[in-house]
Ligand binder design. Structure first.
Ligand code: MN
Length: 267
């Protein structure tokens, strides 16, 4: 487990994604509750990246259909390269290259393995754990599969994500019910509108099919929103004056801008 694959796939001069440092993360994170997150990622295909902190990195699985709270539903989860711990805060636009698209921090919290020996669970292909996020809670399992959904060259990377029956299971479609960012409350087009991404213009980031249609719609909505915001914004001189007045009124003690504390979509 290391960040070699992660780093090899990315050019950190052109992506806003963090480079990460496993050793440093190990030192800082030891003895702390394990972090987890799910990032909704509109790339060539929309998917949900489940990330579980272990040994200074975020072990990662791409779940095409996203997690299901229904214990009878098994969701394919393709294990992908470990990501840096700092990735758990990332939300934004990857303009081009690997994973080009929009990343939304869809859920975050802590996780705990049922068996402390996580490496043994991974080796066995059976990892039972609990999640304590805003949207996902309770008991889950990742089971490695052979065959199911497997393609050539994916041996050992194909897992199933399954919810165990408990107080947090049910037939609520959590991805439909709580579609927005847990960090900012934003949808994809709002995340995109905060950016000036090359993805707007570059033809290479226009996948076909359903994802392409969603992306095109997202870009249109983002452009409209950006236009709207620009129209609403006061002219630069007024803005500068307002900023100066605000700084005078509340020097240094100004409340730090915090992500919304409201547990959006909490069940
Ligand atoms: Mn992804």
């Amino acid at each position: 487990m290391a960040l070699d694959d992660y780093k090899r796939k990315r050019n950190f001069t052109s992506t806003p994604e963090p480079p990460g440092d496993q050793e440093a993360a190990r030192r800082v994170r030891t003895g702390k509750p394990r972090f987890f997150c799910v990032q909704k990622h509109m790339a060539s295909h929309l998917h949900y990246d489940l990330r579980l902190e272990h040994d200074g990195v975020l072990m990662s699985w791409a779940v095409p259909k996203g997690p299901s709270l229904d214990p009878s539903v098994k969701r394919l989860a393709m294990q992908v390269e470990d990501h840096p711990i700092e990735y758990g805060r990332f939300e934004g636009v990857i303009p081009d290259g690997y994973g080009a698209g929009i990343v939304m921090l869809w859920d975050r919290g802590t996780w705990a393995p049922l068996d402390d020996d996580v490496d043994r669970g991974l080796a066995k292909g059976d990892l039972k754990f609990t999640l304590d996020g805003y949207k996902l809670k309770g008991s889950w399992v990742l089971v490695r599969t052979r065959g199911y959904g497997a393609q050539r060259g994916t041996d050992g990377r194909s897992w199933l994500l399954i919810k165990h029956r408990d107080d947090w299971s049910g037939d609520l479609d959590i991805t439909e019910f709580a579609p927005l960012s847990v960090k900012t409350g934003q949808d994809f087009h709002e995340i995109l509108a905060e950016d000036t991404p090359a993805i707007w213009l570059s033809g290479r980031s226009s996948p076909g099919g359903a994802t392409g249609a969603i992306l095109r719609e997202t870009i249109q909505k983002a452009a409209a929103l950006k236009h709207e915001r620009a129209a609403e914004a006061p002219p630069p001189r007024v803005r500068a004056r307002a900023k100066a007045a605000k700084a005078k009124a509340a020097p240094k003690t100004a409340a730090k801008k915090r992500p919304s504390a409201s547990p959006r979509g909490r069940k």
